[in-house]
Design a protein around this ligand. Structure first.
Ligand code: 2IT
Length: 445
């Protein structure tokens, strides 16, 4: 079959880029049937063009640490596909960042952005710079040095970066400040900005809020309500925070958060000031959750473990790629999990996804579940272009509507003959069709 050949050619061309190949394989295996039904896609080499980024920019980032010593990192921007709109996607600062990871993220972003209904193409960027233990001044100097290299490649109609792991409001502020100085324009060419200089209300909460709206739609299909459900969340960054906030507001009980050091289980639920404490933990820059169990003795810390061993109704991976493997998935299924909604990008590895689908457990893939973040970035772009600021209610209502529409797109393309809704297939086909049609209409370029 043609798709298999495309995949094996790609594996030969990019050996070792395992995250990128994993992301591509998942999408291509989902779209095989529709691809066969549209011979014009093959004639125009749509898939061959779609799997390669339009452009990769890589640069050296040199900066001075607090001791006055010279530090070097590598910076990247992967502009994947702009068939639907200007390139759009976050920037990740983490020691693990490499080209394979940014290519997988840029590829996923292209389909995710297509699902949002807004005109945005896909991109991703970042650096192997680790913010862990760095001072505020070091973070600022690094962000400025990063933008000094990137600014020529971005712009409001060209490419609009935002945050991702290791990049929050503070980092966006420092990068955008440098960008603005270099171009001498306040053109809104980043999202996730501070509220005082063009940022959107609800953008910090949006990824988590959107994920919970999606979970509500998933539960509604099962005639279930979120009230009283127990939830395992992983991670303790911006995404985990927004998800915990909304889940708690809707009457569910979040019982875990996690970090690279292990996870904490709080049987009383992470609510109220404990949610604010997540922000403090994050701001400490240590990247550990153990202090939670010291501050709140009703909680237990499990060093080196993942939260998926706890019995819960809903699992929400909110940390990073491949954080749920086949073993974790088996434990969740054995413990009677009702549904899994991936809030991190590619949070479940292929074994985990196979396990959920085989057990007929609804599994929402990241590109659908977490699309509320970038969708609200799209809303920030609209507000900047109009020189306006919408109220929190207006933004939240639009976000809610977008998440409903993404769920409908999954239903349209993902229904299987036994009535199981295969969200992964639905999201992949819906995203693919939109990008493929946009590419077809714009000719061979
Ligand atoms: O993975 C993601 O969708 C993001 N990091 C957000 C990207 C954005 O442009 O808001």
């Amino acid at each position: 079959m043609e798709i298999d050949k495309i995949i094996s050619d790609l594996e030969a061309k990019h050996p070792g880029e395992k995250e990128y190949l994993q992301a591509v394989r998942e999408v291509l295996l989902s779209v095989g049937d529709v691809y066969d039904r549209h011979p014009e896609f093959a004639r125009n080499k749509i898939i061959e063009r779609m799997v390669e980024p339009d452009r990769i920019v890589t640069f050296r980032v040199t900066w001075l640490d607090d001791k006055g010593e010279v530090q070097n990192n590598i910076g990247y921007r992967v502009q994947f596909n702009n068939a639907i709109g200007p390139y759009k996607g976050g920037i990740r600062f983490h020691a693990s960042v490499n080209l394979s990871i940014l290519k997988f993220l840029g590829f996923e972003q292209t389909f995710k952005n297509a699902l949002t209904t807004l005109p945005m193409g896909g991109a991703k960027g970042g650096s192997d710079f680790s913010p862990r233990g760095k001072s505020d001044r070091e973070i600022m100097r690094f962000c400025q040095a990063f933008m000094l290299n990137l600014w020529k490649n971005i712009g409001p109609d060209r490419d609009v970066p935002a945050g991702d792991i290791g990049v929050g409001g503070r980092e966006v502020g420092y990068m955008y400040g440098m960008y603005k100085k270099l171009v001498n324009k306040h053109d809104g060419s980043m999202t996730g900005k501070g509220l005082d200089f063009g940022g959107s209300l609800i953008r910090p909460e949006a990824t988590g809020f959107g994920a919970l709206y999606f979970v509500q739609s998933m539960l509604a299909r099962m005639n279930q309500d979120i009230k009283g459900k127990t939830i395992a969340v992983s991670g303790f960054g911006n995404v985990a925070w927004g998800a915990t906030l909304k889940a708690t507001e809707l009457g569910a009980k979040v019982v875990t958060i996690s970090g690279p050091d292990g996870y904490v289980y709080d049987p009383k639920g992470i609510s109220g000031e404990k949610i604010d404490y997540m922000l403090e933990l994050r701001a400490s820059g240590e990247d550990i959750v153990a202090p939670y169990a010291e501050k709140y003795p009703e909680a237990t810390f499990f060093p080196g473990k993942k939260p998926w061993e706890q019995k819960v109704d809903i699992a929400l991976p909110c940390a990073t790629q491949n954080e749920v493997n086949g073993e974790d998935a088996k434990k969740l299924v054995e413990n009677g999990v009702l549904l899994v909604a991936e809030v991190s990008n590619m949070g479940c590895n292929p074994d985990a996804i196979d396990t959920f689908i085989a057990a007929r457990i609804p599994y929402g893939p990241g590109k659908a579940v977490n699309a509320g973040g970038v969708a609200t970035s799209g809303l920030e772009m609209s507000q900047n272009a109009m020189h306006m600021q919408w109220t929190a209610e207006e933004v939240d209502q639009k976000l809610h509507q977008i998440m409903k529409s993404i769920h409908e797109q999954c239903e349209k393309y993902g229904m299987e003959s036994d009535g199981y809704l295969n969200y992964m297939k639905g999201a992949n086909i819906a995203g693919f069709m939109k990008v493929a049609n946009a590419m077809m209409e714009q000719g061979v370029i």
